[in-house]
Design a protein around this ligand. Structure first.
Ligand code: GDP
Length: 297
């Protein structure tokens, strides 16, 4: 379960302060020392941890809290609010184009879950938003990727646009958008090529695809289990191609949660969805408030 370790640590720490009728500055200090340690153990970015601890501490030793009837509860409420703020505050919705088709580009490194997420997202768009998505196989370097997307399309009974692996991704994207217009499909989701590492050529290709028609969303798919590496990848992709949001996959297997807690603060880009399993219905919108509640129990 996601955040297991962090939740356990923080809940333990919080128990100590919860019922206190009086909370001293020293109590807050001690608690924050434990919170700090718990966050670092959860693999949260160090700078993010420092800022978080400073913000909570400053608010928690304020006179309103100290003089309130339930200071322990107040401190916990502050931790909860700041955790939520750290993850972006509110849930960030998908930006649809008022003039269809909406174009969503999926980018990310190989193995992050890009192709799977492309299918899951299309499924969400159809089921929850009543849209007609078109899946576009633009990863021409990994032959299996095209077939993987076609299999997913069959499984979901959704159309997949592909021109094999001899045509350039830019041309595939261009024709796919035209095809969507003709067929009245209102969302085009482009599964772009992934690499093992970020390289110039890949970034240029993504920029070229961007150049056809400004996408409404560029979603970076990153593997939650890679922790701070995921945060670095997000930062690099954002600088190189520009992203509008993040899909954090494999949160179901991430007991630490460092990426979920750091990505927003480091990149200023919202986490829009989280992958919670391999199945096609295992994609959920990311709710900072619910996540924060889950961590604090
Ligand atoms: P790509 O190279 O980025 O296109 O990655 P794939 O879509 O092929 O996914 C790589 C592996 O990760 C596959 O085995 C997926 O089933 C798995 N995967 C993707 N998303 C999730 C997720 O949210 N949870 C779990 N447990 N596995 C996932």
């Amino acid at each position: 379960m996601a955040f297991e370790g962090l939740a356990e640590r923080l809940q333990g720490t919080i128990q100590k302060i919860k019922g206190k009728g009086k909370v001293s500055e020293q109590d807050v200090k001690e608690m924050m020392r434990e919170v700090r340690r718990a966050l670092i153990e959860a693999d949260v970015n160090l700078k993010v941890v420092k800022e978080f601890v400073a913000r909570v501490s400053e608010r928690a030793v304020g006179s309103d809290v100290m003089k309130s009837l339930t200071p322990g509860q107040q401190v916990i409420k502050i931790v909860q609010e700041e955790l939520q703020a750290l993850m972006g505050g509110e849930q960030s919705p998908i930006k649809f184009n008022t003039k269809p088709p909406t174009v969503i580009m999926m980018v990310g490194l190989q193995g992050a879950g890009k192709t799977t997420t492309t299918g899951k997202l299309a499924n969400v768009l159809r089921k929850k938003y009543n849209r007609k998505p078109l899946l576009v196989a633009a990863d021409v370097y990994r032959p299996a990727a095209i077939q993987q997307l076609e299999t997913i399309g069959k499984q979901l009974s959704l159309p997949v646009f592909s021109l094999g692996n001899e045509v350039s991704p830019v041309e595939i994207a261009r024709q796919a958008i035209e095809h969507a217009k003709e067929e009245h499909l209102d969302v085009v989701i482009i599964d772009t090529a992934g690499r093992l590492h970020i390289d110039e050529e890949l970034m240029q290709e993504l920029k070229d695809i961007r150049g056809i028609k400004e996408p409404d969303e560029v979603f970076l798919v990153v593997d939650s289990m890679t922790g701070q590496d995921a945060v670095n990848v997000a930062q690099n992709f954002d600088e190189a191609v520009g992203i509008t949001g993040v899909v954090l996959t494999k949160l179901d297997g991430d007991t630490r949660g460092g990426a979920a807690l750091s990505i927003r603060a480091v990149t200023e880009k919202p986490i829009k969805f989280v992958g919670m399993g391999e199945k096609m219905d295992a994609l959920e919108p990311f709710h900072p408030e619910r996540m924060a509640s889950r961590i604090l129990g």
